[in-house]
Write a protein that binds this ligand. Structure first.
Ligand code: MEV
Length: 428
Protein backbone atom coordinates (compact mmCIF):
# COMPACT_ATOMS: atom_id res chain seq x y z
CA UNK A 1 0.00 0.00 0.00
CA UNK A 2 1.48 3.33 -1.04
CA UNK A 3 1.40 6.30 1.30
CA UNK A 4 2.53 9.88 0.72
CA UNK A 5 3.75 12.09 3.53
CA UNK A 6 4.32 9.22 5.99
CA UNK A 7 7.25 11.07 7.55
CA UNK A 8 4.99 14.05 8.32
CA UNK A 9 2.49 12.00 10.33
CA UNK A 10 2.71 11.95 14.13
CA UNK A 11 4.07 8.80 15.73
CA UNK A 12 0.53 7.77 16.69
CA UNK A 13 -0.81 8.37 13.17
CA UNK A 14 2.07 6.36 11.69
CA UNK A 15 1.23 3.44 13.97
CA UNK A 16 -2.50 3.71 13.27
CA UNK A 17 -1.82 3.55 9.54
CA UNK A 18 0.48 0.53 9.92
CA UNK A 19 -2.00 -1.34 12.10
CA UNK A 20 -4.86 -0.62 9.78
CA UNK A 21 -2.93 -1.51 6.66
CA UNK A 22 -0.90 -4.53 7.73
CA UNK A 23 -2.32 -5.86 11.02
CA UNK A 24 -6.08 -5.75 10.59
CA UNK A 25 -6.16 -3.30 13.51
CA UNK A 26 -4.91 -6.06 15.84
CA UNK A 27 -4.26 -4.50 19.21
CA UNK A 28 -1.54 -6.98 20.21
CA UNK A 29 0.65 -5.44 17.49
CA UNK A 30 0.10 -2.00 19.08
CA UNK A 31 0.95 -3.51 22.48
CA UNK A 32 4.27 -4.81 21.17
CA UNK A 33 5.24 -1.35 19.96
CA UNK A 34 4.12 0.24 23.24
CA UNK A 35 6.02 -2.27 25.35
CA UNK A 36 9.24 -1.15 23.77
CA UNK A 37 8.61 2.55 24.20
CA UNK A 38 10.58 4.09 27.00
CA UNK A 39 8.60 5.45 29.95
CA UNK A 40 11.04 8.28 30.32
CA UNK A 41 9.73 10.78 27.76
CA UNK A 42 13.04 12.61 27.37
CA UNK A 43 14.92 9.38 26.74
CA UNK A 44 12.32 8.25 24.22
CA UNK A 45 12.58 11.59 22.44
CA UNK A 46 16.34 11.14 22.25
CA UNK A 47 15.88 7.76 20.57
CA UNK A 48 13.15 9.06 18.27
CA UNK A 49 15.62 11.63 17.05
CA UNK A 50 18.40 9.23 16.08
CA UNK A 51 16.62 8.18 12.90
CA UNK A 52 13.53 9.04 10.87
CA UNK A 53 10.00 7.60 11.10
CA UNK A 54 10.69 6.03 14.53
CA UNK A 55 7.72 4.10 15.90
CA UNK A 56 9.37 2.24 18.81
CA UNK A 57 12.76 0.94 19.99
CA UNK A 58 14.48 -2.29 19.04
CA UNK A 59 16.49 -3.55 21.99
CA UNK A 60 19.64 -5.64 21.79
CA UNK A 61 20.90 -7.39 24.91
CA UNK A 62 23.86 -5.52 26.40
CA UNK A 63 26.31 -7.80 28.21
CA UNK A 64 29.77 -7.79 29.73
CA UNK A 65 32.75 -10.00 28.95
CA UNK A 66 35.17 -9.52 31.85
CA UNK A 67 38.84 -10.45 32.33
CA UNK A 68 40.35 -9.02 29.15
CA UNK A 69 44.02 -8.20 29.69
CA UNK A 70 45.08 -5.95 26.81
CA UNK A 71 48.56 -4.43 26.78
CA UNK A 72 48.79 -5.01 30.53
CA UNK A 73 45.49 -3.29 31.35
CA UNK A 74 42.35 -5.06 32.56
CA UNK A 75 39.05 -4.46 30.81
CA UNK A 76 35.43 -5.54 31.23
CA UNK A 77 34.09 -5.38 27.68
CA UNK A 78 30.59 -4.14 26.80
CA UNK A 79 28.94 -6.21 24.06
CA UNK A 80 25.59 -5.57 22.37
CA UNK A 81 24.49 -8.65 20.44
CA UNK A 82 21.46 -10.93 20.05
CA UNK A 83 23.34 -14.21 19.44
CA UNK A 84 23.65 -16.59 22.38
CA UNK A 85 27.10 -18.04 23.25
CA UNK A 86 29.09 -15.11 21.85
CA UNK A 87 29.62 -13.31 25.17
CA UNK A 88 30.26 -16.57 27.02
CA UNK A 89 32.85 -17.56 24.39
CA UNK A 90 34.62 -14.19 24.54
CA UNK A 91 34.70 -14.31 28.34
CA UNK A 92 36.09 -17.85 28.32
CA UNK A 93 38.83 -16.94 25.84
CA UNK A 94 39.74 -13.80 27.80
CA UNK A 95 40.09 -15.86 30.98
CA UNK A 96 42.20 -18.45 29.17
CA UNK A 97 44.70 -15.84 27.99
CA UNK A 98 44.66 -13.88 31.25
CA UNK A 99 47.49 -15.82 32.91
CA UNK A 100 49.41 -16.14 29.63
CA UNK A 101 50.21 -12.48 29.12
CA UNK A 102 46.85 -11.48 27.67
CA UNK A 103 46.43 -9.69 24.34
CA UNK A 104 49.28 -7.69 22.83
CA UNK A 105 47.88 -5.00 20.57
CA UNK A 106 49.41 -2.33 18.37
CA UNK A 107 47.97 0.24 16.01
CA UNK A 108 50.01 0.10 12.80
CA UNK A 109 48.63 3.27 11.19
CA UNK A 110 45.55 5.49 11.21
CA UNK A 111 45.23 7.01 7.73
CA UNK A 112 41.77 7.30 6.18
CA UNK A 113 40.98 8.25 2.61
CA UNK A 114 38.25 10.04 0.71
CA UNK A 115 37.82 10.88 -2.95
CA UNK A 116 36.46 13.38 -5.36
CA UNK A 117 35.44 11.12 -8.22
CA UNK A 118 35.17 13.01 -11.50
CA UNK A 119 35.24 12.68 -15.25
CA UNK A 120 37.38 14.91 -17.46
CA UNK A 121 37.19 14.87 -21.23
CA UNK A 122 40.31 16.90 -22.01
CA UNK A 123 43.99 15.95 -22.13
CA UNK A 124 45.45 14.19 -19.06
CA UNK A 125 48.57 16.36 -19.23
CA UNK A 126 46.44 19.52 -18.97
CA UNK A 127 44.66 18.11 -15.94
CA UNK A 128 47.96 17.23 -14.25
CA UNK A 129 49.23 20.75 -14.77
CA UNK A 130 45.94 22.26 -13.59
CA UNK A 131 46.08 20.17 -10.41
CA UNK A 132 49.69 21.18 -9.72
CA UNK A 133 48.80 24.85 -10.08
CA UNK A 134 45.65 24.65 -7.98
CA UNK A 135 46.52 22.16 -5.24
CA UNK A 136 47.14 24.94 -2.70
CA UNK A 137 43.95 26.78 -3.68
CA UNK A 138 41.92 23.61 -3.11
CA UNK A 139 43.59 23.14 0.28
CA UNK A 140 43.06 26.80 1.23
CA UNK A 141 39.36 26.50 0.45
CA UNK A 142 38.91 23.89 3.20
CA UNK A 143 41.12 25.58 5.81
CA UNK A 144 38.08 26.66 7.86
CA UNK A 145 36.70 23.12 7.99
CA UNK A 146 40.09 21.75 9.00
CA UNK A 147 40.70 24.17 11.85
CA UNK A 148 39.18 22.18 14.69
CA UNK A 149 40.46 18.85 13.49
CA UNK A 150 43.98 20.26 13.17
CA UNK A 151 43.81 21.45 16.78
CA UNK A 152 43.12 17.84 17.76
CA UNK A 153 46.12 16.60 15.76
CA UNK A 154 44.22 15.56 12.64
CA UNK A 155 43.49 17.03 9.24
CA UNK A 156 44.38 16.49 5.60
CA UNK A 157 47.73 14.76 5.27
CA UNK A 158 47.97 14.62 1.50
CA UNK A 159 46.01 14.94 -1.72
CA UNK A 160 46.85 13.51 -5.11
CA UNK A 161 45.42 13.39 -8.58
CA UNK A 162 44.89 9.78 -9.67
CA UNK A 163 44.44 8.78 -13.27
CA UNK A 164 41.85 5.98 -13.42
CA UNK A 165 41.28 6.16 -17.17
CA UNK A 166 42.55 2.63 -17.74
CA UNK A 167 39.74 1.36 -15.48
CA UNK A 168 37.04 3.65 -16.95
CA UNK A 169 37.30 6.23 -19.71
CA UNK A 170 37.72 9.87 -18.57
CA UNK A 171 37.65 8.82 -14.89
CA UNK A 172 39.98 10.56 -12.40
CA UNK A 173 40.09 11.04 -8.67
CA UNK A 174 41.52 13.46 -6.24
CA UNK A 175 42.43 11.21 -3.38
CA UNK A 176 42.70 12.82 0.04
CA UNK A 177 44.42 11.24 3.01
CA UNK A 178 43.25 12.17 6.48
CA UNK A 179 44.07 11.75 10.12
CA UNK A 180 40.94 12.12 12.21
CA UNK A 181 42.32 11.85 15.79
CA UNK A 182 39.67 10.31 18.09
CA UNK A 183 36.79 10.74 15.65
CA UNK A 184 35.74 8.15 13.10
CA UNK A 185 35.80 11.21 10.90
CA UNK A 186 33.05 10.56 8.35
CA UNK A 187 31.42 13.98 8.77
CA UNK A 188 34.72 15.80 8.74
CA UNK A 189 35.98 13.95 5.68
CA UNK A 190 32.75 14.37 3.71
CA UNK A 191 32.54 18.09 4.55
CA UNK A 192 36.10 18.61 3.34
CA UNK A 193 35.45 16.67 0.15
CA UNK A 194 32.24 18.52 -0.69
CA UNK A 195 33.86 21.92 -0.20
CA UNK A 196 37.01 20.92 -2.09
CA UNK A 197 34.91 19.53 -4.95
CA UNK A 198 33.08 22.86 -5.30
CA UNK A 199 36.42 24.62 -5.51
CA UNK A 200 37.70 22.12 -8.06
CA UNK A 201 34.61 22.55 -10.22
CA UNK A 202 34.77 26.36 -10.12
CA UNK A 203 38.48 26.47 -10.93
CA UNK A 204 38.09 23.92 -13.70
CA UNK A 205 35.37 25.96 -15.38
CA UNK A 206 37.72 28.94 -15.51
CA UNK A 207 41.01 27.26 -16.35
CA UNK A 208 40.46 23.98 -18.18
CA UNK A 209 39.54 23.62 -21.81
CA UNK A 210 38.04 20.13 -21.45
CA UNK A 211 34.85 19.44 -19.51
CA UNK A 212 35.29 18.39 -15.86
CA UNK A 213 32.27 16.94 -14.08
CA UNK A 214 32.37 15.99 -10.41
CA UNK A 215 30.48 12.72 -9.96
CA UNK A 216 30.75 12.06 -6.22
CA UNK A 217 32.67 13.22 -3.17
CA UNK A 218 32.74 10.71 -0.38
CA UNK A 219 35.00 9.07 2.18
CA UNK A 220 36.07 5.50 1.57
CA UNK A 221 35.03 2.96 4.19
CA UNK A 222 37.96 0.86 3.00
CA UNK A 223 40.90 1.85 5.20
CA UNK A 224 43.80 -0.54 4.54
CA UNK A 225 46.08 2.10 6.11
CA UNK A 226 44.11 2.32 9.34
CA UNK A 227 45.23 -1.00 10.74
CA UNK A 228 45.46 -2.75 14.08
CA UNK A 229 47.29 -5.96 14.97
CA UNK A 230 46.67 -8.10 18.06
CA UNK A 231 48.38 -11.32 19.10
CA UNK A 232 48.35 -13.90 21.85
CA UNK A 233 51.04 -16.49 22.45
CA UNK A 234 52.02 -19.19 24.90
CA UNK A 235 54.12 -22.35 25.09
CA UNK A 236 52.46 -25.19 23.20
CA UNK A 237 52.41 -27.23 26.42
CA UNK A 238 49.82 -24.87 27.93
CA UNK A 239 47.24 -25.61 25.25
CA UNK A 240 46.06 -29.15 25.99
CA UNK A 241 42.40 -30.13 25.87
CA UNK A 242 40.60 -33.22 27.30
CA UNK A 243 41.46 -35.33 24.26
CA UNK A 244 44.52 -33.63 22.76
CA UNK A 245 48.08 -33.08 24.00
CA UNK A 246 49.35 -29.49 23.84
CA UNK A 247 51.34 -30.26 20.71
CA UNK A 248 48.48 -31.97 18.89
CA UNK A 249 46.07 -29.26 19.94
CA UNK A 250 48.37 -26.53 18.61
CA UNK A 251 48.96 -28.40 15.34
CA UNK A 252 45.25 -28.95 14.82
CA UNK A 253 44.48 -25.31 15.66
CA UNK A 254 47.07 -24.00 13.18
CA UNK A 255 45.78 -26.34 10.47
CA UNK A 256 42.20 -25.17 11.11
CA UNK A 257 43.33 -21.56 10.66
CA UNK A 258 45.27 -22.59 7.53
CA UNK A 259 42.01 -23.95 6.08
CA UNK A 260 40.43 -20.50 6.55
CA UNK A 261 43.50 -18.98 4.85
CA UNK A 262 43.15 -21.08 1.71
CA UNK A 263 39.41 -21.81 1.45
CA UNK A 264 37.01 -18.87 1.03
CA UNK A 265 33.97 -20.96 2.06
CA UNK A 266 35.59 -21.50 5.45
CA UNK A 267 37.17 -18.02 5.58
CA UNK A 268 33.77 -16.31 5.45
CA UNK A 269 32.49 -18.31 8.43
CA UNK A 270 35.80 -17.94 10.28
CA UNK A 271 35.69 -14.15 9.81
CA UNK A 272 31.99 -14.08 10.69
CA UNK A 273 33.00 -15.51 14.06
CA UNK A 274 35.57 -12.71 14.44
CA UNK A 275 32.91 -10.14 13.56
CA UNK A 276 30.60 -11.58 16.25
CA UNK A 277 32.94 -10.05 18.80
CA UNK A 278 33.94 -6.98 16.80
CA UNK A 279 30.40 -5.87 15.94
CA UNK A 280 29.16 -6.36 19.49
CA UNK A 281 31.74 -3.90 20.87
CA UNK A 282 31.39 -1.59 17.88
CA UNK A 283 27.64 -1.34 18.55
CA UNK A 284 28.06 -0.98 22.32
CA UNK A 285 30.45 1.93 21.76
CA UNK A 286 28.15 3.70 19.27
CA UNK A 287 30.23 3.01 16.19
CA UNK A 288 29.06 2.11 12.69
CA UNK A 289 29.13 -1.68 12.36
CA UNK A 290 28.18 -1.62 8.67
CA UNK A 291 31.29 0.42 7.89
CA UNK A 292 33.43 -1.86 10.07
CA UNK A 293 32.01 -4.98 8.37
CA UNK A 294 32.48 -3.67 4.82
CA UNK A 295 36.03 -2.63 5.63
CA UNK A 296 37.02 -5.93 7.25
CA UNK A 297 35.71 -8.05 4.39
CA UNK A 298 37.28 -5.84 1.71
CA UNK A 299 40.60 -6.22 3.55
CA UNK A 300 40.12 -9.99 3.78
CA UNK A 301 39.75 -10.03 -0.01
CA UNK A 302 42.54 -7.62 -0.88
CA UNK A 303 44.76 -10.25 -2.53
CA UNK A 304 41.98 -11.18 -4.95
CA UNK A 305 41.05 -14.24 -2.89
CA UNK A 306 38.95 -13.87 0.25
CA UNK A 307 40.97 -15.16 3.19
CA UNK A 308 41.19 -15.32 6.97
CA UNK A 309 41.74 -12.15 8.99
CA UNK A 310 43.59 -14.19 11.62
CA UNK A 311 46.68 -16.37 11.42
CA UNK A 312 48.45 -18.90 13.62
CA UNK A 313 51.88 -20.52 13.84
CA UNK A 314 54.07 -22.68 16.04
CA UNK A 315 57.69 -21.63 16.31
CA UNK A 316 60.20 -22.98 18.85
CA UNK A 317 57.41 -24.65 20.85
CA UNK A 318 55.54 -21.35 21.10
CA UNK A 319 52.01 -21.08 19.74
CA UNK A 320 51.18 -17.64 18.33
CA UNK A 321 47.77 -16.50 17.10
CA UNK A 322 47.15 -13.05 15.67
CA UNK A 323 44.79 -10.84 13.75
CA UNK A 324 45.49 -7.89 11.51
CA UNK A 325 42.59 -5.85 10.25
CA UNK A 326 41.46 -2.32 9.42
CA UNK A 327 39.23 -0.59 11.94
CA UNK A 328 37.95 2.95 11.40
CA UNK A 329 36.17 3.82 14.62
CA UNK A 330 35.89 6.78 16.98
CA UNK A 331 35.43 7.64 20.61
CA UNK A 332 34.06 11.12 19.96
CA UNK A 333 31.45 12.34 17.49
CA UNK A 334 28.45 10.50 16.07
CA UNK A 335 26.21 9.15 18.84
CA UNK A 336 29.15 8.43 21.17
CA UNK A 337 28.35 11.42 23.39
CA UNK A 338 24.59 11.35 22.92
CA UNK A 339 23.48 7.80 23.65
CA UNK A 340 23.63 7.18 27.43
CA UNK A 341 24.69 3.54 26.98
CA UNK A 342 27.44 4.49 24.58
CA UNK A 343 28.74 6.95 27.15
CA UNK A 344 28.53 4.17 29.76
CA UNK A 345 30.47 1.79 27.49
CA UNK A 346 33.25 4.28 26.91
CA UNK A 347 33.51 5.07 30.59
CA UNK A 348 33.59 1.35 31.37
CA UNK A 349 36.48 1.05 28.91
CA UNK A 350 38.27 3.81 30.85
CA UNK A 351 37.64 6.52 28.24
CA UNK A 352 39.79 5.09 25.47
CA UNK A 353 41.30 7.05 22.62
CA UNK A 354 40.31 5.84 19.15
CA UNK A 355 43.62 3.95 19.00
CA UNK A 356 42.93 2.27 22.37
CA UNK A 357 39.47 1.31 21.16
CA UNK A 358 40.89 -0.16 17.93
CA UNK A 359 43.12 -2.36 20.09
CA UNK A 360 40.28 -3.37 22.41
CA UNK A 361 37.89 -4.22 19.57
CA UNK A 362 40.44 -6.27 17.65
CA UNK A 363 41.35 -8.15 20.86
CA UNK A 364 37.72 -9.13 21.31
CA UNK A 365 37.65 -10.29 17.67
CA UNK A 366 40.70 -12.45 18.24
CA UNK A 367 39.27 -13.86 21.50
CA UNK A 368 36.03 -14.71 19.73
CA UNK A 369 37.92 -16.43 16.93
CA UNK A 370 40.07 -18.36 19.43
CA UNK A 371 36.95 -19.58 21.23
CA UNK A 372 35.25 -20.63 17.97
CA UNK A 373 38.24 -22.50 16.55
CA UNK A 374 38.84 -24.09 19.96
CA UNK A 375 35.29 -25.46 19.95
CA UNK A 376 35.46 -26.51 16.32
CA UNK A 377 38.63 -28.60 16.77
CA UNK A 378 37.41 -30.18 20.03
CA UNK A 379 33.79 -30.71 21.09
CA UNK A 380 32.15 -28.87 18.17
CA UNK A 381 30.06 -25.74 18.59
CA UNK A 382 26.62 -27.25 18.96
CA UNK A 383 27.09 -28.56 22.50
CA UNK A 384 27.78 -25.14 24.03
CA UNK A 385 25.62 -23.26 21.58
CA UNK A 386 22.51 -25.35 22.08
CA UNK A 387 22.88 -25.16 25.88
CA UNK A 388 22.63 -21.40 25.57
CA UNK A 389 19.94 -21.79 22.96
CA UNK A 390 17.92 -24.00 25.33
CA UNK A 391 16.98 -20.87 27.23
CA UNK A 392 15.60 -19.27 24.05
CA UNK A 393 13.69 -22.45 23.14
CA UNK A 394 12.17 -22.65 26.62
CA UNK A 395 11.09 -19.03 26.36
CA UNK A 396 9.60 -19.73 22.93
CA UNK A 397 7.64 -22.66 24.38
CA UNK A 398 6.56 -20.51 27.34
CA UNK A 399 7.93 -23.15 29.72
CA UNK A 400 6.96 -22.99 33.40
CA UNK A 401 9.74 -22.78 36.04
CA UNK A 402 9.24 -26.49 36.76
CA UNK A 403 9.56 -27.36 33.03
CA UNK A 404 12.71 -25.25 32.79
CA UNK A 405 14.28 -27.08 35.68
CA UNK A 406 13.34 -30.44 34.20
CA UNK A 407 14.77 -29.49 30.78
CA UNK A 408 18.02 -28.12 32.20
CA UNK A 409 18.54 -31.29 34.21
CA UNK A 410 17.66 -33.55 31.28
CA UNK A 411 19.96 -31.77 28.80
CA UNK A 412 22.88 -31.44 31.23
CA UNK A 413 24.61 -34.38 29.51
CA UNK A 414 22.76 -34.45 26.16
CA UNK A 415 22.71 -32.48 22.95
CA UNK A 416 19.83 -30.01 22.88
CA UNK A 417 17.37 -30.21 20.00
CA UNK A 418 14.00 -28.53 19.58
CA UNK A 419 12.36 -31.89 18.91
CA UNK A 420 13.89 -33.54 21.98
CA UNK A 421 12.79 -30.57 24.10
CA UNK A 422 9.24 -30.72 22.78
CA UNK A 423 9.14 -34.49 23.38
CA UNK A 424 10.38 -34.01 26.93
CA UNK A 425 7.78 -31.36 27.70
CA UNK A 426 5.02 -33.20 25.87
CA UNK A 427 4.46 -30.36 23.37
CA UNK A 428 3.39 -30.83 19.80
C1 MEV B 1 28.81 -18.62 14.79
O1 MEV B 1 28.12 -17.40 14.97
C2 MEV B 1 30.26 -18.36 14.49
C3 MEV B 1 31.10 -19.59 14.15
O2 MEV B 1 30.50 -20.31 13.06
C4 MEV B 1 32.46 -19.09 13.74
C5 MEV B 1 33.38 -20.15 13.17
O3 MEV B 1 32.91 -21.14 12.60
O4 MEV B 1 34.61 -19.94 13.29
C6 MEV B 1 31.19 -20.54 15.31
Amino acid sequence: MQIDGFSKLSKKAKIDWLLQTYFNNDNTARQILWQYWHNDKALQKLHDGFIENTITNYYLPYAIAPNFLINGKMYAIPMAIEESSVVAAASKAAKFWLDKGGFNAEVINTVKTGHIHFVYTGKTTDLIQFFRQNRTKILDSVAGIQNNMQKRGGGIKDLNLIDKTTAMSDYYQIEFQFETADAMGANFINSVLEEAADTLQTLAQKELSGDLQVLMRILSNYTPDCLVRVSVSCPVSKLKSDELSGENYALKFVKAVNVAEVEPYRAVTHNKGIMNGIDAVVIATGNDFRAVEANAHAYAGKSGQYTSLSHAEIKDEIFRFWIEMPLAIGTIGGITAIHPLTRFSLQLLQNPTAKDLMQIIASVGLAQNFAAVNSLITSGIQKGHMKMHLNNLLTFLQASPEERQRAELYFADKKVSFKALKDLLGRR
